[in-house]
Write a protein that binds this ligand. Sequence first.
Ligand SMILES: Nc1ncnc2c1ncn2[C@@H]1O[C@H](COP(=O)(O)OP(=O)(O)OP(=O)(O)O)[C@@H](O)[C@H]1O
Ligand SMILES: [Mg+2]
Length: 262
Amino acid sequence: MKELIRTDKLSKYYGKNGSIKAVDKLDLKVYEGETFGLLGPNGAGKTTIIRMLSGIISPSNGTASVNGFDIVKQDIEVKRITGLLAESPGLYDKLSAYEFLEFMGALYEVPENILKQRIDHYLKIFALDGRQDYLLEGFSRGMKQKVLIAAAMVHDPAIIFLDEPTSALDPRAALTVKHLLKELSEDAGKTIFVSSHILPIIEELCDRIGIINEGKLITVGTVEEILTQAEKPTLEEAFIAMTGGVDKKELLAWREQGNGSA
Ligand SMILES: Nc1ncnc2c1ncn2[C@@H]1O[C@H](COP(=O)(O)OP(=O)(O)OP(=O)(O)O)[C@@H](O)[C@H]1O
Ligand SMILES: [Mg+2]
């Protein structure tokens, strides 16, 4: 299997003297065609990892390559072969959905006829085809999210980074995204790197999962491997045990006591 993403002690530090270790000496490999899920509590470093790997921010230390391109020295090439759905992306409110996607496609120099087909395709699968000429300022949060997912895909990147892709979506739209990611992975052979708190989505979609906490990678493997390692029956319990420590275990104990006395 070809290594598409490889990080070598990749680190990002913030604050005075780098006291906030947002990402600390990350060693990770992601293979061509796989769907890789990043799980971690708030502030664990997921967004920071995705932003480094898509060439948006530079590491403080260590290196990484994406399809052989160095994320610092070859950031333009990295941006070209990756698509990014950012956590809190900017969006041009005064453009229509169609104009925004056209604009994004033009940035990536997608030929006009191909671009038109792609835009129509995504507008259709997200059921936005009736709204394509309306300004984005009038779109709901979830509708904007759908447009942004389409925008991340408009140059047909080999690798797609999605930071919390379903957080703003209703269950039906979340399911659409799940199916879309499955299709992109299985039919189009894309490599997908997704961060999410929504465990069932990660569990169902991902070939392998990495769990991070406080900037450090705790474990990587298939769901089964992680359950075995954590000696827990569900990914939720494994996740909490591996990232939470005593406080969260107490919370669970309280829940169980509640059930027992009911
Ligand atoms: N630009 C920044 N300046 C200072 N600190 C930052 C910056 N970006 C991130 N951090 C810090 O780095 C750590 C990791 O943040 P990050 O956004 O990567 O976490 P996350 O796993 O994406 O969390 P969430 O699930 O809440 O989105 C946090 O402590 C955060 O405060
Ligand atoms: Mg984040």
